[in-house]
Design a protein around this ligand. Structure first.
Ligand code: PPS
Ligand code: ADP
Length: 595
């Protein structure tokens, strides 16, 4: 797959000008050659015709990010998803079988059904398609293997805690990985920011046209503020032959991050603050794993493939933050130390930076280890910034640019304008619909918000009429409700949902989907005991169950997983409808959702 003689060794990183140069006018790609897997002309026509008979594999968003960088050479020297030998070598030793440094497994996961389908075909070809049916590539499968996910997570992420986004990616992946010859038909389609979505070849061409020989890449998954601008300009000042590539990730980042549309607006705006001709902006369709030390090496390799020979590594690079107990997954400078350790192997000069902090007395930013003695510093964390945006607090001028504040305020409206979902869950007859309806009335009386009531029975009539009450169907029903609610929240509306929702899986799915789309999620467990619900038996269903005419009834002979930490828990045995509604309204007021 990778020729050993393409392994570029012994690159001098002593001077700016000497760092890994001389490939079409700029930096040598990792492994010596920039991969291009896209077929063209008659070959493409033929492949497309043949592919009609191949079984289809629907690519997930993560697959699409990975395949884009495989096809366009961003992952050079990889020429396909990893086979078992390559995968094991990377997991165990961070090296490809030929010895070249490569830190992150790039794999294509499939389920048993797909494996059975592949095994039934004679030529083992799969048509890899996006959700719109576009043919992205053809994979001729030559290797099917079962990964040891615990080992993969532990070795690559240093953890098996599914709270870590990268670990969660690994455990959510299907049970088999497949590999084989990969032929690209087209890059995944993007409708937004096309001029900024440059391939490695296009970025390299831009460098040549600009006359840029040495380029520092800056990776980010956050909006950029003054500190980032200062840091990048400082990196260029310390390396005077270098220009800057601002190269933010717009594929998949950490759940809860600010969406890339908002970030791209911020980046575009901040580009105007750089000295003329110093910096260019380009977008990277990467699916981050938040793997800190392993990830930083991968990031540097990718930037090398994009023609950069310097890479800025600051504090907590690609860090996933803390685990549930509040312990850091990685130490703040662990990734930086790793990058410096492997600098020669990478063939990229690592520019380590401490955190930049503002020194009010000098009206200027300094790396935290270079602050003149005795002077006070100021900083605003991401969490504090989100709080200021949500509460409409003032964001100081020293922190960011007024235009950036404006963009962030539009995307992060104060809570009072934010969409939110009131998600009731509980047994049949617990009081969900009654309280939901009364709450609907109370909120409507306020008169200013758009409210949609998604009652369990109503949803089952219109949205999920074909579904029954198996675990699979119940989860699907709740995921549909979660999806509709997330769309309502996205548009700034209020969704009130009142299904039984007996399983954590689909309740949590709905929560994260809604949160991802900028909506608030308030889970209200109506915890009325089953005996009380049965006594009420408004619909006569419990009587039917007892008469043996209805099976699989929640709380009787079907499970209900009690929510561990709902925002509210109300037992209606001794709480009136009015009091329940008032309790919910007070919660919404306290949290700032309503006045
Ligand atoms: N087997 C079984 N178990 C529970 N409930 C049953 C069942 N069969 C029918 N019903 C009626 O369907 C309503 C529950 O539908 P949901 O969509 O809320 O259920 S779920 O969340 O998908 O589990 C539920 O409505 P509510 O009483 O409003 O909760 C029942 O009326
Ligand atoms: N405090 C209370 N809150 C809500 N419902 C109550 C309360 N006390 C009695 N009920 C009654 O319980 C029955 C079941 O309520 P319902 O809203 O249909 O439950 P669910 O939607 O959870 O199946 C209704 O007849 C309702 O009037």
């Amino acid at each position: 797959m990778i020729s050993p003689d393409s392994f570029s060794k012994g690159i001098s990183l002593d001077s700016d000008d000497g760092a890994n140069k001389n490939y079409e006018g700029n930096t040598i790609p990792h492994g010596g050659k920039l991969v291009d897997l896209l077929v063209t002309g008659d070959q493409l026509k033929e492949l497309k015709e043949q592919s009609i008979t191949f079984p289809n594999l629907l690519l997930t968003k993560k697959h699409q990010c990975d395949i884009e960088l495989l096809l366009n050479g961003g992952f050079s020297p990889l020429e396909t998803f990893m086979d078992e030998v390559t995968y094991k070598s990377v997991v165990e030793s961070m090296r490809l079988p030929n010895g070249l440094l490569w830190s992150m497994p790039i794999t294509l996961d499939v389920d048993q059904t797909t494996v059975d389908i592949i095994n039934k075909t004679t030529d083992k070809n799969l048509a890899l398609r996006d959700e719109e049916g576009n043919l992205i590539a053809v994979l001729q499968v030559s290797d099917i293997y079962k990964p040891n996910k615990e080992v993969e997570a532990q070795k690559t992420m240093g953890s098996v805690d599914p709270y870590h986004p990268g670990v969660s990616h690994i455990f959510q992946a299907k049970e088999y990985y497949i590999s084989g010859r990969l032929q690209g038909c087209q890059l995944p389609v993007h409708y937004d920011y096309q001029p900024l979505r440059r391939t490695p070849r296009e970025v390299r061409k831009m460098f040549v046209e600009n006359g840029w020989n040495n380029v520092i890449a800056f990776q980010t998954r956050n909006p950029m503020h003054r500190a980032h601008r200062e840091l990048t300009v400082r990196a260029a000042e310390l390396n005077p032959s270098c220009k800057l590539l601002i190269h933010p990730v717009v594929g998949m980042t950490k759940p809860g991050d600010i969406d890339y549309h908002t970030r791209v607006k911020c980046y575009r705006s901040i580009m105007g603050s750089y000295p003329e001709g110093l910096a260019e902006l380009s977008l990277l369709p990467l699916c981050m794993r938040m793997g800190g030390p392993r990830e930083v090496l991968w990031h540097a390799i990718i930037r090398k493939n994009f023609g950069c020979n310097h890479f800025i590594v600051g504090r907590d690079h690609a860090g996933p933050g803390e685990d549930k107990q509040g312990n850091l997954f990685y130490q703040p400078y662990e990734a930086q130390e790793m990058a410096l350790k492997y600098q020669e192997d990478l063939g990229v000069k690592i520019l380590p930076f401490q955190m930049m902090v503002f020194v009010p007395a000098h009206d200027k930013y300094y790396p935290v280890d270079q602050v003149p003695e005795g002077l006070e510093t100021a900083n605003i964390s991401g969490t504090k910034l989100r709080h200021l945006l949500r509460t409409g607090g003032e964001i100081p001028n020293w922190f960011t640019y007024s235009k950036v504040v404006e963009i962030l305020q539009q995307s992060c409206p104060p809570k009072i304008k934010q969409g939110f979902t009131l998600f009731f869950t509980g047994f049949s007859g617990s009081g969900k619909s009654t309280i939901a309806n009364a709450l609907n009335e109370a909120l409507l009386a306020d008169g200013t918000r758009s409210i949609t009531l998604l009652d369990g029975d109503v949803v089952r009539t219109f949205l999920s009429s074909e579904l029954g009450f198996s675990k699979e169907h119940r989860n699907l029903n709740i995921k549909r409700i979660g999806f509709v609610a997330s769309e309502i929240c996205k548009a700034g509306g209020i969704a009130i949902c009142a299904p039984i929702a007996p399983y954590n899986e689909s309740r949590n799915f709905s929560r994260s989907l809604i949160n991802q789309n900028g909506g608030g999620f308030i889970e209200i467990h109506i915890s009325t005991p089953i005996e009380v619900c049965e006594k009420r038996d408004r619909k006569g269903l419990y009587a039917k169950v007892r008469a043996g005419q209805l099976k699989g009834f929640t709380g009787i002979d079907d499970p209900y997983e009690v929510p561990e930490s709902p925002e509210l828990r109300i037992d209606t045995t001794h709480t009136s409808v009015k009091d329940s509604v008032n309790e919910i309204l007070s919660f919404l007021r306290k949290e700032g959702y309503i006045i």
